[in-house]
Design a protein around this ligand. Structure first.
Ligand SMILES: [Zn+2]
Ligand SMILES: [Zn+2]
Length: 201
């Protein structure tokens, strides 16, 4: 198994968006691909997920995008057959969200290790950093005030650099004349502001 810290560093070095969002999207896609196979082929798995009411709105949307009509019918029918909706306190318990939450916790611990190491902190500083959602989650578990302040200052520096990039792009008349790596900053900034769901399926 790959070391998660190394995976985060790889994303920081090679991609322009939030490295944590990017890893979660990869993880989510693998999970969803396996799940859609299980849901169509394995009655036990199908019924287990159906008893929980299926998925949250976001994951249902992703599920819809990667499944065919037949699979959707089979799965939705299973939800109705399980009749969990008859319970008074019926509420969807999305199994994908739960898996992702656990993985996210692991990622947050690993980004803390990266920020705490001078060598990897330097790599992080010159990147576009992490999204506001993840920044908040990281900050909520930092008890070192100095590191918290430093992280805040780094985030502002990263956004100031993006501001320069957008000033530059704004001066070019045709979008198609803009370098590909700069164009990528459009999605990177949206993700920085809003988190992974902006880049999902
Ligand atoms: Zn993120
Ligand atoms: Zn979900």
């Amino acid at each position: 198994m790959k070391d998660i810290k190394q995976e985060v560093i790889y994303k920081i070095e090679h991609e322009s968006g939030c490295p944590l969002c990017s890893l979660i999207l990869d993880f989510e896609f693998q999970l969803l691909s396996k799940l859609q196979l299980d849901v169509s082929n394995d009655e036990n798995v199908r019924n287990r997920i159906a008893r929980k009411g299926g998925f949250c709105d976001f994951h249902f949307r992703q599920f819809k995008k990667i499944t065919n009509g037949k699979t959707r019918i089979v799965f939705l029918k299973a939800i109705l057959d399980q009749e969990s909706y008859k319970k008074e306190d019926f509420k969807i318990d999305c199994s994908l969200c739960k898996n992702i939450e656990n993985y996210e916790k692991e990622l947050i611990e690993n980004i803390l290790r990266i920020l705490g190491d001078e060598q990897t902190l330097k790599i992080f500083e010159v990147s576009n950093g992490i999204c506001f959602d993840h920044l908040q989650k990281v900050e909520s578990i930092i008890d070192n005030e100095r590191l918290k302040k430093n992280l805040h200052a780094i985030n502002i520096k990263q956004l100031d650099r993006l501001k320069e990039d957008f000033d530059y792009m704004n001066k070019i008349d045709s979008y198609y004349e803009i370098d590909h790596s700069k164009r990528n900053l459009i999605n990177a900034l949206i993700q920085k502001l809003t988190g992974r769901k902006s880049g999902g399926l």
